[in-house]
Write a protein that binds this ligand. Structure first.
Ligand code: AMP
Length: 463
């Protein structure tokens, strides 16, 4: 996963991009970067968090009225500086910078073809494939070359690009897997993965970039182009379940409200008699609120999260991951002691977190611990940009709900049904409009064989 941001027509473009990336930090913590244009393009990219990377001095070296930025959480390409975005390159038409959120499913196949024709790649990121395809295209302008490149790639992409003639370009793949929204602050237009950044910079939300649309923002305003006729929309439902910030609107809907509805529906499907409902903070909070309201059981913060540790999800070894959960969460004895507790979390992937939480709550005196998950069982890995482990590590891929309950040692376990999830996000009656491949195994865009092998290699290297 990644977060992307762009601004055009503002005297302090790099500063605003920095603030925008702050509000997208939850989408990636491995590296961050900004490219600004005055009009020649300058880049500052480092590994780490936005607030650690950018200082007044580094931002002062990025003058210009347009800028793009990126925060990275690697899903294709390893976590190292050479893969940190935005990428900046020069080609026949001048300088261009690009930042990408998503995952191309045919990048390895296209890369092999390009390498056989003489291309030399500098990174192991799928995004670089788009750059090479733009460089070899024959069209006379940058936007047409981008469209020509995008017609040759498949999978998930939301992109922002900046050219050295001060065009800010945004694009979304024809299925619209990943979000990208347009806003306005004073005379400037902004593009962002989520509206959470608009609130910080006081921008007004205008609309989503449509699936299959390329928007070009320059002095005269916005023009819209199409990559190809629209395909069936497949917005990632996991953005609503876990990834996006609850204060964002994504795909036109409030993330908070969607999660609250998931909790309400979960209570309707699997309510149980208990004394207290507690969330796994932060991601389980809105759904636990919905659950508690619907079930008529008091909501309390029975687990407190330390905000001074990073995410535990991608720690290298199981032993460290176990320890990581305890670093991140601790139980409030006065809330859970002697109580029948319902714990609501947004998802259960390997089961490591839930197992640890159940143990912690029992240690703090809980009489019964009932785990409720506001999404269906995660049975399949994502090919479109969410960092999920390989299938063999997904506990629900090979175990029944009863077996998982035994493994995490809870008194009962229930997941939200797929229908319940779809109703909560306002999907069409037949469930179309969203991609829920991680819960169903129905992949809207197939993954090429070399690409699958490359993705499996990368994910193994991260475990
Ligand atoms: P696990 O211990 O593997 O079952 O992880 C479950 C926890 O990880 C839940 O609390 C989720 O909120 C969180 N989670 C689920 N998916 C992701 C993801 N792609 N990246 C980071 N955290 C995640």
């Amino acid at each position: 996963m990644c977060g992307i941001f762009g601004i055009q027509g503002h005297d302090e473009a790099a500063n605003i991009a920095y603030l925008g990336l702050h509000a997208l930090q939850h989408r990636g913590q491995e590296s961050a970067g900004v490219v600004a244009g005055d009009p020649s393009l300058r880049r500052h990219v480092e590994m780490g968090l936005v607030s650690d990377i950018f200082t007044r001095e580094t931002l002062a070296k990025l003058p210009g009225r347009a800028a793009i930025g990126h925060v990275r959480y690697s899903t294709a390409g390893s976590s190292e500086l050479r893969n940190a975005q935005p990428f900046l390159f020069d080609y026949a038409l001048g300088g261009v910078a690009i930042a990408h959120n998503g995952n191309l499913v045919n990048a390895t196949s296209v890369k092999i073809r390009l390498e056989n024709r003489g291309s030399i790649f500098q990174t192991s990121s799928d995004t670089e494939v788009i750059v090479h395809l733009m460089a070899e295209a024959r069209e006379a302008d940058c936007v047409s070359r981008l469209i020509s490149a995008l017609r040759q790639v498949e999978g998930a992409y939301s992109l922002v690009l900046l050219t050295d003639d001060n065009k800010l370009i945004g694009a979304r793949d024809p299925n619209g897997f990943r979000p990208l929204v347009i806003g306005r602050v004073k005379d400037a237009y902004v593009l962002s993965s989520e509206t959470s950044s608009f609130d910080l910079i006081e921008a007004e939300f205008i609309r989503d970039v449509e699936p299959g649309e390329v928007v070009v923002i320059e002095k005269g305003g916005i023009t819209s182009h199409r990559i190809m006729p629209a395909a069936a929309e497949r917005f990632c439902v996991f953005e609503h379940v876990y990834f996006a910030r609850p204060d964002s609107l994504v795909n036109g809907k409030s993330v908070y409200r969607a999660r609250e509805k998931m909790g309400i529906r979960l209570a309707q499907e699997s309510k149980i008699d208990a004394d207290v409902v507690i969330p796994v903070p932060d991601s389980g909070v809105p759904s636990a609120i919905g659950f508690a309201k619907e079930a008529g059981i008091p909501f309390e913060m029975g687990l407190i999260r330390s905000h001074y540790v990073g995410r535990t999800f991608i720690e290298p070894q199981d032993s460290i991951r176990h320890f990581g959960v305890r670093l991140k969460l601790s139980p409030v004895r006065s809330i859970v002691d002697g109580k029948k507790v319902i714990v609501v979390d947004d998802s259960l992937v390997r089961g490591t977190t839930s197992r640890k939480i159940v143990k912690m709550l029992r240690g703090a005196g809980a009489k019964e611990v009932h785990m409720r998950i506001s999404a269906p069982p995660t049975t399949h890995p994502c090919f479109y940009g969410i960092d999920t482990p390989t299938r063999s590590e997904l506990v629900a891929a090979s175990h029944t709900v009863e077996e998982i309950a035994r493994y995490i040692t809870c008194d009962s376990l229930a997941y939200l049904s797929h229908d319940g999830l779809m109703a909560s996000v306002g999907a069409k009656a037949d469930g179309t409009g969203y991609c829920s491949a991680c819960f169903t195994g129905v992949y809207p865009v197939a993954l090429g064989a070399p690409d699958e092998a490359a993705l499996v290699r990368l994910r193994r290297s991260k475990v």
